[in-house]
Design a protein around this ligand. Sequence first.
Ligand code: HEM
Length: 233
Amino acid sequence: MSAAALQVDSGRALGFYGAHIGKKAVMAVTGFILFGFVVGHLVGNLQIYAGPEKVNHYAKLLHSMPGPLWGVRLALLVVVGLHVWSSFLLWRVQRKARPIGYKKKANLNSSYASRTMLWSGPIIGAFVVYHLLHFTFGTVLPGGLARLPDGDIDVYRNLITGFSQPLVALFYVVAVSLLGVHLFHGLWSMFQSLGVSHPRYTPRLKQFAAAASFLIAAGNVSIPVAVWTGIVR
Ligand code: HEM
């Protein structure tokens, strides 16, 4: 491709992002990628119910492919960055459209859903930072990361240690429940941003968003609860 064509293409891409609909589309696509990550991560974590070997084998498999693992990590970082940045820009536009406060907090423009997203998003972000310090770096895990005799991370042991602390388990329950609420509104507005709307399918899409986010939240909540109550030990 020639330099001139590239310039036109990147100009168009920036123009698209500059438009309101462009930012919404970026939110929708990055949100969908993050949704995929959350589903995949949950499927991996649920292996804790199959015993230490299973969940540790899964983690070992991931760690044995440093190239693809770092590729996915970097891609996720970019995706999270775009998701957060676009949400900030959209929030700013929404605020500018409402320069003087209403007498009553009527929130005509910002629906209940978008207000929920604005506070649940940063809390989930803070949770992810804590979570990385907990199970990836072991900084806030009592005794640090436990390792298997071959030096690999003992994910199963770390989960037991981590969730044996009631306050920490409770924090996870609250955070992943909030993630469920965020996913519900996120999935729903994603369908709207992408223009997937039809009288016949719209109620089904809403049901899908509700069922998927409930199942994801329930699966995530079950893990700290199972450890804390001694079902998994
Ligand atoms: C109760 C629910 C969860 C459990 C038990 C859990 C468990 C874990 C564990 C054990 C690790 C370290 C894995 C390893 O060293 O290979 C990890 C990494 C991670 N988790 Fe979770 N997780 C949960 C929920 C979440 C949620 C809701 C998110 C995102 C919203 C998330 C995002 C991450 C990320 C980004 C990493 C780092 C992955 C990497 O190594 O690159 N986790 N999680």
